[in-house]
Design a protein around this ligand. Structure first.
Ligand SMILES: [Zn+2]
Ligand SMILES: [Zn+2]
Length: 248
């Protein structure tokens, strides 16, 4: 006959249930009960991921399906040196808040929930690479925040898709915030900031196809500066991948 659980068993049961509850929780963004087996509810997918829209091939912005590039990129003022940029959703509303909470409220564990759908999307939208490279953070920033969200996203993709991570880029200085700067100013701000380090990695970069991973892309200047450093060392193809970008 089963005995009544003692205090410690009750505690254990509650801990176990809290994990289950976390797994079963509703939509990631609005907490409504999402359709079984999905992380983000159909309403939020419509609002923040805009499946009806296409993406600018060059900068990742969401644009009408009928076009291949956004106006900026057509006018020649989009990011260069990248072979493609793909962004999962639109950087606004609840999706933007969620990404910011991960970053500024030190909640990297939240990213785990999006691992599967993100990987499914990425492998559908981009040709498979040899390596994943994350946009690096300066070591002083890293010490402050404790983690690099781009590196966490890259490790999720590694885990889901089995693509190796190449720890190859280093951010050599802290730049002033990019907010409020235009693309040209941002690029100037990032001049020489990203470098390929570790001579053992040089061999791997040469001729490699790379997914360059970050959380958000706005003007594409950060991706562009990283891509320039990788291409200078002989990377064959650099494709930017972000959780979110703007919309035209
Ligand atoms: Zn929702
Ligand atoms: Zn564009």
């Amino acid at each position: 006959m089963l005995k009544r659980p003692t205090g410690i068993w009750n505690d254990l049961k509650e801990t176990a249930l809290s994990f289950l509850y976390e797994e079963q929780k509703g939509c990631l963004l609005c907490e409504s009960v999402a359709a079984a087996g999905t992380v983000i509810c159909p309403d939020c997918i419509q609002k923040y991921f805009h499946p009806e829209l296409g993406r600018c091939h060059q900068c990742g912005k969401l644009i009408p399906h009928s076009q291949a590039k956004c106006k900026d990129c057509r006018d020649g003022i989009g990011p260069k040196g990248l072979d493609q940029v793909a962004a999962w959703g639109h950087y606004s509303g609840a999706w933007r808040e969620w990404i910011q909470a991960v970053k500024f409220k030190a909640q990297p564990y939240k990213l785990k929930r999006i691992a599967r759908p993100l990987a499914d999307w990425a492998i559908r939208i981009l040709p498979p690479p040899h390596y994943l490279v994350s946009v690096p953070m300066h070591f002083e920033r890293l010490a402050e925040r404790g983690f690099n969200q781009a590196a966490v996203i890259a490790s999720l993709l590694h885990w889901e898709l089995g693509i190796p991570i190449l720890d190859v880029l280093e951010r050599t200085s802290i730049t002033s915030p990019q907010v409020g700067l235009n693309r040209k100013e941002r690029l100037h701000n990032l001049d020489g900031v990203f470098q390929v380090v570790n001579p053992r990695n040089l061999q791997a970069v040469r001729g490699a196809k790379i997914w360059l991973v970050d959380d958000v892309t706005t003007t594409g200047a950060t991706f562009e500066a990283c891509a320039a450093a990788l291409k200078e060392k002989g990377a064959e193809e650099v494709l930017g991948l972000a959780l979110a970008a703007g919309m035209e």
